[in-house]
Ligand binder design. Structure first.
Ligand code: EZ4
Ligand code: CO
Length: 402
């Protein structure tokens, strides 16, 4: 069995996606997501110019060997561009193997460990009352877990407050939108928000919150402590994680569960966080962390330390990533939760998929492979449109973490 073609499809049905499609001499094909929000064309070129020629005529059944060849063979290891490209190849090969076996990928991994994949949706609003109402909408849609983000009085462009309600997407301009961040205002505001949400929606619903790298470790410890009465499922990316040891300080000050890792691309990014039990949920995802093959290693390491998975699932991860992630989630023994931001109807049409939502849970479906395909003719109607993620500055103009 041979790979006869590896092509990169860049399309923008509401937002940009990079998809790798691998074709074989047996007529089977597989797809993988390679989208890196705001830096899409770098991965497209990496795949087209440097990876596709290596794949031609190689055996698509050799998933592990292909992974090792692309990782070791590049000499330059890791990094989001490289690892997203490797992920796309890996996902497409798992998709092909599933189709060869006539089984969904979760069966190849070891079979279902659960009946469905608990997901969390994103509620956001302009202030406390609006956000609390939005939480109510997700409750009535059947969600068991909801991420809560809110505009803050006096803060211009707080993280996570979108223009649309169901289809929040931050990458919006040819040049980055500038937001202004105010830590003190945020730390005063956040406990009031969660107090109100609990008051209105009760104690059963799981509530999550994304700090989006805005705090220092000691500030994060303080926030976690102030949110303890409101029983969060997790506090996400409370401080940047390049310095993994920094989380010791957060951990020393709060029992609010911690989730980190949507920007990680390798097991080495989270080894200390996991081995020292500094986090509770690892958010690495199929597309940005080297595919199913590498994510499985991360999850296995995490299992030793009772760290559970909670993969990133924002709309900039395409349905091809979501299909692969859901197959992974249904199998992975130490599953925690899966993020799920709904794609626009245009995106759903370009990527026909077997996964479906019911009563707070997603199921990958039982199509062979990852259960997601791409309609190339339709994709061609939505050409690439350059967009960048926003940036954040402090009031005095200093750059901060968006
Ligand atoms: O800002 O995926 O938890 N979700 C997130 C996302 C990220 C975007 C960046 O492209 O933090 O919404
Ligand atoms: Co996040």
């Amino acid at each position: 069995m041979k790979i006869t073609n590896a092509k990169v499809i860049v399309c923008s049905p509401g937002r940009n996606f990079v998809t790798l499609k691998i074709e074989t001499d047996q007529g089977l094909h597989g797809i993988g997501d390679a989208t890196l929000n705001g830096r899409e064309l770098a991965v497209a070129s990496y795949l087209e110019d440097h990876v596709a020629p290596l794949l031609l005529n190689s055996d698509p059944r050799r998933i592990e060997d292909t992974w090792q060849r692309l990782y070791r063979g590049a000499y330059w290891r890791r990094g989001p561009v490289t690892m997203s490209a490797i992920a796309a190849v890996d996902t497409a090969l798992w998709d092909i193997k599933g189709k060869m076996a006539n089984m969904p990928v979760y069966e190849l991994l070891g079979g279902a460990s659960r009946d469905g994949v608990m997901v969390y949706g994103h509620a956001n609003g302009s202030g406390i009352e609006h956000t609390t109402d939005e939480v109510g909408k997700y409750v009535s849609l059947g969600y068991k877990a909801i991420r809560v983000q809110s505009g803050i009085p006096g803060v211009h462009g707080a993280y996570g407050v979108g223009r649309g309600q169901m289809y929040y997407e931050p990458a919006d301009g040819l040049m980055p939108t500038e937001t202004i961040w105010d830590t003190a205002a945020y730390l005063r505001f956040a406990p009031k928000l969660f107090e109100r949400v609990r008051e209105v929606h009760g104690s059963e619903i799981h509530l999550l919150h994304d700090v989006h790298h805005r705090l220092t470790p000691i500030e994060a410890g303080r926030l976690g402590k102030s949110l303890e009465p409101f029983d969060l499922f997790w506090m996400e990316d409370c401080t940047p994680a390049e310095n993994q040891e920094g989380f010791r300080l957060v951990r020393n000050h709060t029992t609010t569960p911690l989730a980190v890792g949507e920007v990680f691309n390798s097991i080495h990014d989270c080894r200390t966080l996991i081995e020292e039990q500094l986090i509770d949920f690892i958010r690495a995802t199929v597309v940005h962390a080297g595919g199913i093959t590498h994510l499985r290693q991360i999850a296995n390491l995490a299992a030793l330390y009772q760290v559970r998975t909670g993969s990133h699932g924002a709309t900039d991860l395409s349905p091809a990533c979501m299909g692969a992630a859901l197959n992974f989630d249904l199998w992975v023994p130490n599953f925690g939760i899966q993020e799920y931001m709904r794609h626009t109807p245009e995106t759903d049409e370009v990527f026909p998929h077997a996964y479906s939502f019911s009563d707070g849970y997603l199921h990958p479906g039982d199509e062979p492979g990852i259960g997601v395909d791409i309609d190339e003719d339709l994709a061609a109607k939505y050409p690439y449109s350059a967009k960048q993620l926003p940036i954040a500055r402090l009031k005095d103009g200093s750059m901060w973490n968006w």
